[in-house]
Design a protein. Structure first.
Length: 257
């Protein structure tokens, strides 16, 4: 399928997806959600993909949802638009391989929510984060209230959600909203280094780390530990990735994944 908003490059098992509506600062609209769902279908079925990197074109990662599209919606349509976005971002979060947000600029409103749906976030030192919805008499619609509180804690999330303050990359790093910060000219080079580092690990092991960690967040500690043990065991069968990795270590060679 051809895409108007999303640009995709796949190299060495890494899918680089760039959101490209630069004149609208990559604002999210229905066309974006349609394209993203179609692209996720393609990438999910591609067994060669080991890591996905998501970034924005121009000065913004995503500067928010498209207000021009939203303003004409009634209550039912607003709820449906929220649920469509939530479903899409849930799919981003649930992709079987790691998804990294490379936040190159403004990540506001829906953009911040999209970044939070990724497994972790690497930011440019010029990046800005925020949930400005209350300035418009709205609240976040793509599960921003839920993800932010889980990522940075209730009090800090409440502060940012209620004040609509926009924070820079260093504050986002301090709050653990992002994991690393680089100068703008180095951002994509450093993000791709991280992506390649992950792509060279055992691919099934990386996928299981993501799966077990996500499932464990909605389970008790004991239930999560039991899931971990079961998935750990699956990597010990004859011809398994774990057997190959341990054998390669003992033989002082690179594993053949």
């Amino acid at each position: 399928m051809e895409y108007n908003i999303l640009k995709t490059e796949i190299n060495e098992g890494i899918a680089l997806v760039t959101i490209s509506r630069p004149k609208a600062m990559n604002a999210l609209n229905t066309a974006f959600f349609d394209e993203m769902n179609s692209l996720l279908n393609e990438l999910q079925s591609n067994q060669e993909i080991k890591v996905m990197v998501l970034t924005g074109d121009g000065k913004a990662f995503v500067a928010g949802a498209d207000i021009a599209e939203m303003v004409g919606k009634n209550q039912a349509e607003g709820e449906a638009f929220s649920k469509y976005g939530q479903k899409t971002f849930d799919r981003v979060e649930a992709m079987p391989f790691p998804v990294i947000a490379a936040v190159n600029g403004f990540a506001l409103g829906g953009g911040c929510e999209l970044a939070m749906s990724c497994d972790f976030r690497i930011a440019s030192s010029k990046a800005k984060f925020g949930q400005p919805e209350v300035n418009l008499g709205l609240i976040p619609g793509y599960a921003g209230t839920q993800r932010m509180a889980r990522l940075i804690g209730k009090a800090d999330a409440m502060y940012l959600l209620m004040t609509a303050d926009m924070i820079g990359a260093e504050d986002a790093l301090r709050l653990k909203l992002v994991q690393k910060v680089f100068e703008p000219e180095m951002l994509m080079e450093e993000v791709m280094k991280i992506a390649r580092n992950i792509a060279f690990k055992g691919p099934q092991a990386v996928r299981k780390v993501k799966e077990v960690t996500r499932m464990g967040l909605n389970a008790s500690f004991a239930e999560g530990a039991d899931m971990e043990a079961k998935h750990f065991g699956t990597l010990f069968g004859d011809g398994s990735e774990g057997k190959e990795g341990m054998t390669a270590f003992l033989e002082k060679r690179k594993p053949n994944w």
